[in-house]
Design a protein around this ligand. Structure first.
Ligand SMILES: Nc1ncnc2c1ncn2[C@@H]1O[C@H](COP(=O)(O)OP(=O)(O)OP(=O)(O)O)[C@@H](O)[C@H]1O
Ligand SMILES: [Mg+2]
Length: 397
């Protein structure tokens, strides 16, 4: 029968074995960069590694620390938290494994460490203290965070691409529809025109329809080209000092025949405006779009007035009509491409819904603003504000 004493002796290690273990331990502690520390049941230091000293108590020696506690090294807050952890481990025997936490010490960059703390047991399995290893994982955490940020960015980009893809499909659908309508009409009327039974009077009417639809196609293609240029950031405006009243007068001259045909009064009123730095061709196009809308959406006998003036440091162009007006719910959307109010589509007033998108792009390229005021059934006023001075380079506007 084996006595308790014999068991104890059997467990006892030879001196050589003990010496070897001590050498290993001391090598480990003095060469490892890991922050290793052994503490007794009252959390007093028993042994610390060189890595631990370098990280937490530079300039001090391991001997100097023996018998001291975290309260001699760290802030009260940090030391209390560590003490509580260690007492819990001693009480429960449960280790803390790989806990990642941020260490902030005055005068040192913040570091992320991964800490493992275990109960320290003697040969009989009794807990006689704790030991802890912590490792600087700042680089790893930063890399993980950068990766997570990147993943988030990629997923946002992906979402945006999906959205753009959807918009592209919608756009192509709209364009195909807009192209097909006049083309179908042209194909149909050409067929009729070639029919030998068609009278000369009818033929001339068909030719007119063909011409009107061809014109519509041409304008649509021009508008689309223009928008594709502005939306890929290619709209270049050449700002040169110009007379807005002159540009407005010429835009009105172009629209006059259409206004007369519809019996809509078209007038221009100008206040004294200094010359402004604008791209005259683009401003003419902008005014053309606004005036053509005003004439188009104003019934017979109505009025369209174009005003040119200045307010503060901005020139103001206004196009006011006494037409059908724009429902309040639509006022935000009318600048979006292809948007047309149900009021005008129901009334079969022709158009594609690109004119105001182009107008807004031109205004934006001039650092200006465009607004609309309207009352359904009474009329609408579009106003464009343009800076009177060129922006000073380097000074944000
Ligand atoms: N002066 C106006 N009075 C009433 N509604 C207007 C006026 N101007 C624009 N709108 C509304 O805004 C919509 C968009 O105008 P926009 O000029 O972009 O398109 P459009 O005139 O219908 O077509 P396009 O200009 O491409 O030929 C119009 O369809 C109409 O519903
Ligand atoms: Mg229009």
């Amino acid at each position: 029968m084996v006595t308790a004493r014999q068991r104890h002796q059997g467990r006892q290690k030879s001196e050589a074995q003990l010496a070897l273990e001590l050498t290993c331990m001391s090598n480990l502690l003095s060469t490892s960069e890991e922050r290793v520390c052994f503490k007794d049941r009252l959390s007093r230091f028993l042994l610390v590694s060189t890595g631990w000293l370098a990280a937490y108590a530079p300039g001090r020696t391991a001997e100097d620390l023996i018998g001291k506690t975290d309260f001699d090294v760290f802030s009260e807050h940090h030391a209390s938290a560590a003490f509580a952890d260690e007492q819990m481990i001693i009480k429960t025997g449960e280790p803390i494994v790989g806990r990642v936490e941020l260490e902030t010490f005055a005068g040192r960059p913040d570091t992320w460490v991964s800490t493992t703390k275990m109960p320290l047991r003697d040969e009989d399995g009794q807990i006689i203290g704790t030991f802890g290893i912590s490792r600087d994982v700042t680089a790893q955490i930063r890399a993980e965070k950068a990766l997570a940020d990147q993943a988030e960015q990629l997923s946002a980009q992906n979402e945006r691409l999906r959205e753009l893809d959807g918009m592209k499909d919608e756009f192509i659908g709209m364009v195909s529809h807009e192209l097909r309508t006049p083309l179908t009409s042209i194909v149909g009327y050409v067929k009729l025109l070639r029919d030998k039974r068609t009278s000369e009077r009818d033929a001339s009417e068909y030719a007119e329809v063909i011409q009107r639809n061809s014109q519509r196609l041409l304008r649509l293609v021009e508008d689309l080209l223009f928008l594709s240029e502005t939306h890929t950031g290619k709209m270049a405006v050449e700002l040169r000092s110009a007379d807005l009243a002159e540009i407005a007068a010429s835009a009105i001259r172009e629209m006059r025949p259409e206004a007369e045909r519809k019996n809509v009064g078209l007038t221009l009123s100008t206040a004294a405006v200094p010359r402004v730095p604008v791209d005259a061709t683009r401003i003419a196009q902008l005014l053309g779009n606004l005036i053509s809308n005003a004439v188009k959406f104003t019934p017979q006998g109505g009025k369209v007035e174009v005003r040119v003036g200045a307010e503060g440091d901005r020139a103001v162009l206004a196009v006011a009509d006494t037409g059908v007006g724009i429902p309040a719910a639509d006022r935000e959307q009318i600048f979006e491409r292809f948007f047309r109010s149900a009021t005008v589509t129901r009334a079969l007033i022709p158009g594609t819904g690109l004119g105001l998108t182009i107008a807004r792009d031109i205004v934006t390229a001039h650092n200006g603003t465009i607004t609309v005021e309207s009352e359904e059934g009474r009329g609408s006023t579009f106003k464009v504000w343009l800076p009177l001075e060129l922006p000073v380079p380097g000074v944000p506007g």
